[in-house]
Design a protein around this ligand. Structure first.
Ligand SMILES: CC(C)(COP(=O)(O)OP(=O)(O)OC[C@H]1O[C@@H](n2cnc3c(N)ncnc32)[C@H](O)[C@@H]1OP(=O)(O)O)[C@@H](O)C(=O)NCCC(=O)NCCS
Length: 151
């Protein structure tokens, strides 16, 4: 498939509509309230270092995004607690390396901030996401296990 010129940059408040548009196309349902809270926490508040990125094509159209948390705690940046929790690539642009580029640039930015590890939770039944994270060289955690109980 043709690889277009894709660049990434830090996410801004003005990207809200594009992020919700892509997420809606991916999930087939809109969840603006979820993103309102995320934008409030990740971009507008002073609790987190800005790390979330958007990917743009050559016309400046946003075609993908990645959001994660790098918290500023009482003792500075929590460098061992960086997470990626939400990402999406416009279905019309998937399988062109955009997700991989978003993840690579996201990690490069974290590395510049001296973060050494990034973690995330993935539904193991989500084949596409599992393959994507494997292709991005993530592996099951050796230190954490996700505990749950039916109530
Ligand atoms: C997962 C996702 C981000 C991947 O984005 P993408 O731009 O298509 O990914 P890439 O083209 O960079 O793919 C990188 C690798 O991931 C794997 N991969 C990606 N999509 C895949 C698919 N549909 N099936 C199998 N493997 C896949 C492949 O190994 C691929 O490498 P290859 O194309 O050389 O084989 C995208 O499919 C997406 O947005 N999915 C929905 C995520 C979601 O549910 N978000 C909402 C809640 S967080």
């Amino acid at each position: 498939m043709e690889t277009k010129t894709i660049t990434t940059r830090l996410m801004k408040n003005e990207d809200f509509d594009a992020v919700v548009r892509i997420d809606t196309k991916v999930l087939h349902r809109a969840r603006p309230d979820y993103y309102q809270k995320k934008f409030q926490r990740l971009i507008k508040s002073n609790d987190c270092i800005e790390t979330s990125l958007v990917a743009e094509d050559e016309n400046g159209t946003i075609v993908g995004f990645i959001m994660g948390e790098l918290i500023i705690g009482d003792f500075g940046i929590c460098r061992d607690d960086a997470t990626v929790d939400t990402m999406g690539v416009d279905p019309e642009y998937q399988r062109q390396g955009i997700g991989k580029k978003l993840m690579a640039d996201f990690m490069l930015h974290l590395k510049e901030l001296e973060v050494e590890k990034l973690h995330t939770l993935v539904d193991k039944n989500d084949d596409r996401l599992m393959r994507f994270y494997a292709a991005s060289r993530f592996s099951p955690s050796e230190t954490f296990i996700n505990m749950e109980r039916i109530i």
